[in-house]
Design a protein around this ligand. Sequence first.
Ligand code: XMP
Length: 429
Amino acid sequence: MAGVAGEFLTFDDVVIVPGLAPVEPGLVDVSGRVSVGRPLSVPLVSSPMDTVTGWRLAALLARAGALGVIHRNMSVEEQVGEVRRVKGAVPSIWFEVPKISPEEPFLMAKLRIEEVGAGAGVVLDRGGFHGVILLPGADASLWAGKAEAVRLLFETVKPMPTIDEEGRLAVGAAVSPFDIRRARELERAGADVLVVDVAHLHNANALSALRRLVKDVSVDVVAGNLGTREGVLDTLAKAEGVAGLRVGISSGSICSTGEVAGAAVPTLQAVLNARSALEELGLHGRVPIVADGGVRNPGDAAKALIAGASAVMGGRIFAGTEEAAAPKVRVGGRVYKPYRGMASRGAMEARYAADRYSKPSKAIEEGVEGLVPYRGSALAVVAEYASGLQAALGYAGASSVPEAWARGRLARVTPVGVREVRPHDVVLG
Ligand code: XMP
């Protein structure tokens, strides 16, 4: 009988050990990196999933200092079109919610807000934020939320848009390692990062294909998904030049791999494993780790960063937003957005219909389809994570992500203790 490999830690198994904070949380630098050549003001990356990342979410995230990865459940031409739309978009957060000076006459401000299709503007001068102009008829909760998110972002991390060398918004695009034509077309269209999108990259065929892919394109390739130290070592040995590692197996909110196939490396453990492999090679901090799947709040994201990641990828946290790729649906008077795993039946059928070159590698579904509550703009998610990460890294005694790797500590809590470190014994409103 094979031995048991040991114990795998999940986000809920650990807490951040408070350490001496060198600065106030507002001064913590949360910037990270998705790949060797692509820094991010806010270390958040949206998952390449067909209910999550199309050009709208990708453009918004890049304007706010994060990054979107366009999904690949479409033809090469369509995916190239999505990348081009991001590249042609205005590279400033003030396109989302225009900046108004206190002296500007209302009618002028109104015209400028309408011109970019916004429903609100923020009134701002050197002294800071004065307030919000909400246009009559605009969806008040959506636009007030966007304006508030911009205020919060500027009062905390002051994000720089994620841009390329020509000043255009940066964008990632998902590829199969076997689809060189798609990768080349996406590179030509200006994609800044190609994110390999296979459930189990640690596979002889997939690694050979990855090796060819990395040689064939000059753009950064983030390879995944991986979960073990051996997986990372084999990937880096086989495909030299990989510019990032996407890690986590079966922690995603819509994943059923752990159930269907019994295989999993929870995201926190996958980060720890990848870090150990990179440290062995002297590459930790040089080749970024992207922690993918299962992140539910800024605390989980902070644990992943402290464990050794440089960025966090999320699907569910963005799936309910206005800018996510799926349309809103109403059920019983409430508003939701569909969210489904890319290995769910619906997503796989859509893939084979959209891309006649893609072919099934497995007969079984490894994802579920569901709904998540609608939650307004993704800008609010970015703002929440930016300030939440500042607070969490502050607790960890760090003023930046690299400092969190060096000085941050995680400690295990008992399964019973997990209940105590959450809100408890009150009725939550
Ligand atoms: P969250 O928890 O952010 O997870 O919703 C998103 C991540 O889940 C992965 N993913 C899948 N995993 N079956 C799986 O086992 C699927 O159908 C599936 N679809 C997405 C992916 O890594 C994504 O970023």
